[in-house]
Design a binder for this molecule. Structure first.
Ligand code: CA
Length: 230
């Protein structure tokens, strides 16, 4: 298999160079774009496995680019990590509603950048390489999907169907931020106003049952949740 490709849309030269250097050290092939206007065509030609997208570009709003990416049938399945100096919750929520997979707030550590990218790419290859596995292991959690059984650190735990489905959604989306709306849609099959608290309540109970693995579910304030194996 060839090297995985990352497209970086970032106007600040020094940050772009730092990212290029970091990604090449980590054995990724990179394409740096300094502006948003011609981004879509160049991305199509490059066929990246993942896109790093700066939100503040001189000629375009990163959020608009994200929207265009997610509307384009050739590009919509490519995961997007937003780079943002604007750490406000509102920016993050809008980004996730537009289909971004994760975000990194500047200034970031290059190590964190590589870890986030690898988390998303390994989740994708796990999804596409084989048919859905019957048994999923993440850290100390073992999930037997066909038998609806879960063990934490070798001990059986009892989950309701909803808690099981929530955990399954997390365990098959490692490192990916899930908004409450996405969770409602994927786990409950519907999403409408006022149900966000339902999600929080179920997550609270699921965390309690996970015991020593409870910290795998990280709360992203104002946005939703992310599952990571520490
Ligand atoms: Ca910028």
């Amino acid at each position: 298999m060839g090297r995985q490709r990352i497209c970086v849309i970032e106007d600040e030269e020094d940050i772009a160079e730092l990212i290029r250097f970091t990604l090449e050290q980590a054995r990724f092939e990179t394409l740096i774009l300094h502006n948003g206007l011609q981004a879509l065509e160049k991305i199509k030609a490059f066929k990246p496995d993942l896109i790093l997208l700066d939100l503040m570009l001189p000629d375009a709003d990163g959020l608009d680019i994200c929207k265009s990416l997610k509307k384009d049938t050739q590009l919509s399945s490519i995961p997007v990590i937003m780079l943002t100096a604007k750490g406000t919750e509102m920016d993050r929520i809008v980004g996730f509603e537009l289909g971004a997979d994760d975000y990194i707030v500047k200034p970031f550590s290059t190590r964190e950048l590589v870890l986030r990218i690898k988390a998303i790419l390994s989740r994708l290859s796990a999804t596409f390489d084989t048919s859905p596995p019957d048994v999923i292991r993440q850290g100390i959690i073992l999930m037997d999907v066909s038998r609806h059984k879960v063990q934490v650190d070798g001990k059986d735990i009892e989950l309701t169907a909803t808690e099981f489905n929530l955990l399954h959604e997390f365990m098959t989306n490692i490192g990916r931020v899930r908004t409450r709306d996405v969770l409602l849609d994927r786990v409950w099959g519907y999403s409408f106003d006022g149900y966000a608290r339902t999600v929080d309540t179920h997550i609270r109970r699921l965390r309690q049952k996970l015991g020593p693995a409870m910290d795998y579910i990280e709360t992203i304030r104002g946005v939703g949740y992310r599952f990571n194996v520490a």
